[in-house]
Design a protein around this ligand. Structure first.
Ligand SMILES: Nc1ncnc2c1ncn2[C@@H]1O[C@H](COP(=O)(O)OP(=O)(O)O)[C@@H](O)[C@H]1O
Ligand SMILES: [Mg+2]
Length: 239
């Protein structure tokens, strides 16, 4: 990975009512990288993202962005530091219009100065959202809601976007569209942490990957090596 670490996580632990969901996870993401964390249902992927974003408190460990410790900061501070997430199940505001959802994403201090340009770039990326800017977000299709959740993350002018299973509930064709969007955001300079159960597609997209099992990283390496690893092939790729 590049020497220039954007996000550094060391020995991160998360527990719910005394039972551990993350047991000492360490990972590093370089500026500009697209990395994936893959694992089965219940492995701890969402807990990892929610702990980085400050929604779920960690019981131990450290999270740093650009060398600054953030593990005890509130979620809005963490957003201001350039960490955005596209949550599992989208979590858009159904009763607000498409555009109002996007403007909420742009309401951070780091994003406010450039709101009109950023909104335009989101509408360029997702023409569908421009056409439906006045429509209530709750009436969008599943794929459109996923686009809106991504658009809202872009509106915050993030350094890194964490995607929690962006392919969930989408058809194979829409999944490919969504992964294409993730790739193109990365090509525009946004660092990406992609969390997925779709191991084959995530490893095809990313340069490096981490395999999470029962709250621990059991393997990590270049995505090319992971695809060829017999344990990964057996457990996740059906080979
Ligand atoms: N809010 C919660 N309260 C109690 N247990 C939880 C909560 N959220 C997740 N867990 C548990 O933590 C473990 C990891 O869950 P999660 O992070 O959602 O995994 P994944 O996203 O990989 O499916 C699971 O055993 C799950 O049941
Ligand atoms: Mg999850």
């Amino acid at each position: 990975m590049p020497d220039d670490a954007l996000l550094e996580i060391d020995d991160l632990c998360v527990a719910y009512d005394g039972s551990n969901a993350l047991n000492g996870v360490s990972l590093r993401i370089g500026k500009g990288e697209l990395i994936c964390v893959v694992g089965a249902n219940g492995a701890g992927k969402t807990s990892l993202i929610r702990s980085i974003s400050g929604i779920v408190p960690s019981s131990r460990g450290s999270v740093r962005i650009n060398g600054v410790e953030i593990s005890r900061r509130p979620p809005w501070d963490i957003c201001e530091m350039g960490i955005a997430q596209v949550a599992e199940g989208r979590q858009i505001f159904s009763a607000l219009s498409v555009e109002d959802n996007l403007l909420i994403g742009g309401s951070l201090k780091r994003a406010r100065h450039d709101l009109a340009n950023t909104l335009d770039s989101v509408y360029q990326l997702f023409g569908r959202l421009r056409e439906r800017r006045d429509q209530l977000a709750g009436t969008l299709s599943g794929g459109e809601q996923q686009m809106l959740a991504i658009g809202r993350a872009i509106m915050s002018k993030p350094e890194i976007v964490m995607f929690d299973e962006p392919s969930i509930g989408l058809s194979p064709a829409l999944t490919d569209v969504m992964f294409g969007v993730v790739k193109s955001l990365n090509e525009q300079g946004i660092t990406v942490l992609l969390v997925e159960q779709n191991v084959a597609k995530s490893l095809a997209l990313s340069s490096r990957g981490y395999v999470l099992e029962n709250g621990s990283v059991v393997l990590h390496g270049s995505s090319r090596d992971l695809v060829e690893n017999p344990d990964v092939q057996r457990a996740y790729l059906g080979l």
